[in-house]
Design a binder for this molecule. Structure first.
Ligand SMILES: [Zn+2]
Length: 127
């Protein structure tokens, strides 16, 4: 991973963080999917979905912050699972990636298998 790649990822992470953290939007007014959903909370299903999105947002914020931390301490771009380098192309597309593609795919398969049946029902209801 080159210095330019690293700088690109750092800028992308900071921009994402700025757009994701509430009350820190700066001068750019972006369409906020969470705010939009909060406006139409008449239906319980929509409320559920909004809460789910909020949860996902805070998880993303955590990942963005920890990626920025890893850039600081020099461990950025190393898979947290196997310690191999994450492909720069993958990091440029998803700078908050914590796992290499192989480990990510393995983790996703494991997550699907361990997900309770109610998660599928919830997903289907929300969709
Ligand atoms: Zn890995």
């Amino acid at each position: 991973m080159t210095k330019a790649d690293l700088e690109f990822c750092r800028k992308t992470l900071e921009a994402c963080l700025k757009n994701t953290v509430p009350g820190d939007a700066g001068e750019s007014i972006r369409v906020n999917p969470v705010a939009d959903l909060a406006d139409m909370t008449r239906e319980a299903a929509e409320r559920d979905l909004a809460i789910e999105l909020l949860d996902r947002d805070s998880a993303l914020v955590r990942r963005l912050r920890s990626a920025l931390d890893r850039i600081q301490d020099g461990s950025y771009g190393i898979c947290l699972e196997c310690g191999e380098e994450i492909a720069p192309r993958r990091l440029k597309a998803m700078p908050w990636a914590e796992l290499c593609l192989r480990c990510q795919e393995r983790a996703e398969v494991a997550a699907v298998r361990s997900r309770p049946v109610s998660a599928y029902l919830g997903f289907r209801r929300a969709a």
